[in-house]
Design a protein around this ligand. Structure first.
Ligand code: BEZ
Ligand code: FE
Length: 306
């Protein structure tokens, strides 16, 4: 076996480091770490990274990790504002067979949202805001409605905070899990979401400030839609002004995910329940959005917070 090479100068470091990892038994780990070393060494060379900058970068990463708690995920947030989360979501979920577009999960999904019946409100504590009726159908790529699909929804309050960020909201406020009916339909009541700033009190916020970037996301509702024998869809539906859509700080907006908030009569599915809930209101705000799942194995992400 060839003797490992001694490093003679900076130019040798990459080759020697790659050789040291070349026998990694897991081929996928070998591929990933080989590429990571090559790209990160190229990065050091391209920007001529100084000692101070290297130290600062390491400290920044350490602070990102230290800012993580059960209720706050700074690591996810940092990946989100760099566009990495959106890139991974879009690469792994192309819309090639007519399925609904994906969007990043974000740092605020929680497991075990309360189970709800269609027509329920996800506003569990007093949540001032404009009432909104959300409805849609879940289908497979051939157009067949999926009965019993689980639609897990979460959103920020109209003041721009998720319940886990806001002691003023009940636990699991504006979160809920619905099951589609015999026609594959789901429908629920909520309050109209507003755009909001991502948390800026940690190192990710410092980075945004140093880059001269605003911290805002356009108004949206998150959906995780799952059904047996189908790939789980993680996405968001947006409704906001064009400028807000085009400058999402985490790059989550794609054209097919722009929904339409309308003021008018409640859709058919609401006929009984909504008539009661919105008696006396001339026109109610509605959002209709259908989801199409592709065949596959349902999987679920690690929850970013508890
Ligand atoms: C969210 O939409 O919940 C979100 C996504 C990325 C960063 C922060 C928040
Ligand atoms: Fe969100």
């Amino acid at each position: 076996m060839a003797q490992p090479k001694l490093i003679a100068s900076e130019a040798d470091v990459t080759e020697v480091a790659l050789a040291a990892m070349a026998c990694t038994p897991n081929p996928r780990l070998r591929q990933i770490m080989d590429a990571f070393v090559r790209h990160s060494h190229d990065f050091v060379r391209e920007v001529n990274l100084t000692d101070e900058e290297f130290e600062f970068g390491l400290q920044f990463l350490a602070r990102v990790g230290q800012a993580n708690t059960d209720l706050h995920n700074e690591v996810t947030l940092a990946a989100d504002v760099l566009g990495i989360s959106t890139l991974v979501a879009l690469r792994n979920n192309p819309c090639s067979h007519g399925q609904t577009a994906s969007a990043l999960l974000g740092p605020f999904w929680r497991q075990h949202a309360p189970g709800c019946s269609n027509g329920d409100s996800i506003a569990r504590s007093n949540t001032p805001g404009e009432p909104l009726l959300v409805s849609g159908q879940v289908r497979n790529v051939t157009g067949r409605p999926l009965v019993g699909a689980v639609v897990d929804v979460w959103q920020a309050s109209p003041v721009g905070l998720y319940e886990n960020q806001d002691p003023g909201q009940d636990v699991m406020n504006l979160r809920g899990k619905f099951s589609t009916d015999a026609e594959g339909r789901f429908y629920f009541r909520t309050v109209r979401p507003a755009g909001y700033p991502v948390p800026t009190d940690g190192p990710t916020g410092e980075l945004l400030k140093a880059q001269g970037r605003h911290p805002y996301r356009p108004a949206h509702i998150h959906f995780m839609v799952s059904a047996p024998e189908h790939r789980t869809l993680i996405t968001q539906v947006f409704a906001d002004v064009p400028e807000a859509l085009a400058t999402d700080v985490v790059f989550g907006v794609t054209q097919p995910l722009v929904g339409c908030l309308e003021r008018g009569r409640a859709p058919q599915v609401w006929a009984a329940g909504a008539a009661e809930a919105h008696a006396g209101q001339e026109a109610v705000c509605t959002l209709e959005y259908d989801f199409v799942l592709q065949p596959g194995v349902p999987t679920f992400p690690e929850p970013p917070i508890k």
